[in-house]
Design a binder for this molecule. Structure first.
Ligand SMILES: Nc1nc2c(ncn2[C@@H]2O[C@H](COP(=O)(O)OP(=O)(O)O)[C@@H](O)[C@H]2O)c(=O)[nH]1
Ligand SMILES: [Mg+2]
Length: 296
């Protein structure tokens, strides 16, 4: 590979940034859920095409922060819009430019980054005319999109067109990631994210948003089996009860779903033990969020 391009994927929470990153990388490197604010960190996804390596930066959704963790997530978004070749602004197929889109476009303009508008989830549109209205609303607000591409991270529609549009942004430069490497996330990090994804899927309301997951042991036996100790932190004793569930049913369910995905990802058998601990108001605890890797 002789060319590289760094491309930020940004947008409001829940528009499908992580789904799109996974679809382009061809492997699940970022967790996905139907709840907003699933992604907390910047995650690199690597796509090798011909002589070019594209590095996609999957980012947290831009939102109004209500905790120090939220402040950190918004900072990650800001920083991911500097020193990249181009940005993808991912939007819902709705003919209205909202506040997060306006803020992101302003930032993109300040940094003078070319931006491609990606209208995601077009599989949900019954009438294709609706798409024209979305395009019209966005081009009226921001006439300088380098391209406008309707797509679906779910069905794969439009992804080829998107990759073609990205090609001109590649520049001569050293390969950033070795062949076969699809992300900068260490294995243990992906394992802890998978556990968090299952909590986002299995638990209601604020409970999963107040969780952090730490892999306290990650060892491989001679026969390849991996032993994982997982500690889940939650914000309140009442949340701990909910996560564990009646006779431990909920935590067993979460662990079993997570273990299946981790085994698939690691390609080997995994033994997993899970603990739940209370760490009050950790989302506002600077030292704790730093210890969880949410601060550099
Ligand atoms: N119908 C449909 N749903 C999608 C598409 N892309 C993402 N989603 C769903 O939108 C939700 C949020 O996706 P996620 O990738 O976590 O969004 P993020 O917060 O922007 O990273 C999940 O429930 C996804 O399954 C798409 O192209 N079509
Ligand atoms: Mg995400």
């Amino acid at each position: 590979m002789t060319k590289t391009a760094m491309i930020t994927v940004c947008g409001r929470p829940n528009v499908g940034k992580s789904s799109l990153t996974n679809a382009l990388v061809g492997e699940k490197i970022a967790i996905v859920s139907h709840k907003p604010q699933t992604t907390r960190n910047r995650i690199y996804g690597v796509v090798n095409r011909g002589d070019t390596q594209y590095v996609l930066l999957d980012t947290p959704g831009l939102h109004k922060p209500r905790s120090r963790l939220g402040d950190y997530m918004v900072k990650v978004v800001r920083e991911s819009l500097a020193d990249v070749e181009a940005a993808l602004l991912l939007v819902e197929p709705i003919a209205h430019v909202g506040e997060p889109e306006k803020v992101l476009l302003q930032r993109i303009q300040e940094e003078k980054i070319p931006v491609i508008l990606c209208i995601n989830k077009i599989d949900t549109l019954e009438k294709k005319e609706a798409l024209l209205e979305v395009m019209a609303a966005y081009s009226a607000y921001y006439p300088d999109f380098a391209a406008i591409i309707p797509l679906s991270a779910r069905t794969g529609e439009g992804l080829e067109e998107l990759m073609e549009q990205l090609a001109p942004y590649a520049q001569e430069g050293p390969q950033l990631f070795p062949d076969g490497m699809t992300t900068d996330q260490p294995d243990a990090q992906i394992c802890s994210e998978i556990v968090r994804e299952k909590m986002l899927r299995c638990l209601d309301k604020e409970v999963p948003h107040g969780t952090a997951v730490e892999i306290t042991r990650f060892t491989e036996r001679d026969n390849g089996i991996i032993d994982l100790d997982v500690t889940i932190y939650c914000e309140k004793a009442s949340h701990k009860g909910i996560i564990i569930g009646k006779q431990g049913e909920t935590i067993k369910h979460i662990s079993s779903l997570a273990r299946q995905d981790i085994e698939k990802f690691m390609g080997t058998k995994v033994y997993m033990e899970t603990w739940v601990k209370v760490k009050e108001n950790w989302r506002d605890n600077q030292n704790f969020i730093r210890s969880q890797g949410y601060e550099d």
